[in-house]
Design a protein around this ligand. Structure first.
Ligand code: OAD
Length: 257
């Protein structure tokens, strides 16, 4: 079977020469950890209505339903572990002057795998805060939910919400700005496991390309980004990324010796 570097010589050459590398990830990176994506056949938005679960309006109408849904998702995420895709990205980081993982995921698995420079564009499902006094709420507080009752802030009785971005909300302060700066400097951008349909996040790989980055996509199928990329590598992130990291590591070690 052809080696990764033989199948993707341009990408490996670009990575070997790169100082600044940006990685843009979506739910597909965590799929092999057993966390459902949003828009695939078994995706969350096939089963649930985003307007009823992921908007401020839905939360204010039925806080206990929205809180229960996030409690359920948190319980799933707590059971899951980083997969070879997360680990391969963490292992790739030290080879570059600057390496950033810009993620749309809220599951903390990049950090758990050891990635150090992670920008969470859509927040984190593991953090929660009071909508009134903004104080962070411990997960314990949320687990003390009485059936059918919304969880309130122990300090001011405000409602507790997850620290994730809902439809119609802005991205966390500074996150998009920081990510934009990073992609403008990137020599290579890898877009991995995202349908690239949610904006403004999906603008980032395009911006990278406009600023001269080599743009490669890894996905099990073509996405909305595919027409703009230099190459699409079709396959599972957890299978492709370990090969990519091994090829880069081998080439950089050979160059340095
Ligand atoms: P999507 O569910 O829209 O897309 C997941 C992508 O991953 C699809 O393009 C799949 O083909 C691909 N995929 C699935 N399994 C894969 C695997 N093993 N390896 C590689 N690729 C795989 O998820 P996102 O693009 O992350 O927003 O969705 C973006 C945003 O939409 C999410 O952050 C969330 C959602 O509404 C908020 O919560 C604000």
């Amino acid at each position: 079977m052809a080696r990764f570097e033989d199948k993707h010589p341009e990408l490996i050459a670009r990575l070997t020469q790169a100082a600044h590398v940006a990685v843009f990830t979506g739910a597909g990176v965590s799929a092999e950890s057993g966390i459902p994506t949003f828009r695939d056949e078994e995706g969350l938005w096939q089963k649930y209505e985003p307007q009823e679960l992921a908007t401020m309006e839905a939360f204010l109408n039925q806080p206990e339903v929205v809180q229960a849904w996030y409690k359920h998702r948190r319980a799933i995420i707590h059971e899951k572990k980083p997969n070879p895709a997360h680990h391969a990205l963490a292992q790739l980081e030290p080879f570059f002057q600057e390496f950033a993982v810009i993620t749309q995921n809220v599951d903390n698995l990049h950090q758990e795998a050891g990635s150090k420079n992670v920008i969470e564009l859509h927040g984190s499902i593991l953090r929660n805060y009071c909508v009134d006094c903004k104080q962070e709420a411990a997960e314990q507080t949320l687990n003390q939910m009485a059936e059918g009752q919304p969880v309130q802030c122990p300090k001011c009785k405000g409602l507790i919400r997850p620290d994730v971005v809902w439809f119609g909300e802005s991205l966390p302060q500074g996150a998009f700005e920081k990510a934009s700066q990073i992609v403008c400097q990137a020599d290579v951008l890898l877009s991995i496991g995202t349908s690239a349909v949610v904006f403004p996040a999906a603008q980032l790989p395009i911006t990278a390309k406009e600023h001269g980055a080599y743009l490669a996509e890894i996905n099990i199928e073509r996405s909305d980004l595919s027409p703009f990329v230099d190459e699409t590598i079709l396959g599972k992130a957890g299978e492709i990324l370990p090969d990519l990291t091994a090829a880069v590591s081998k080439r950089i070690s050979a160059t340095n010796n």
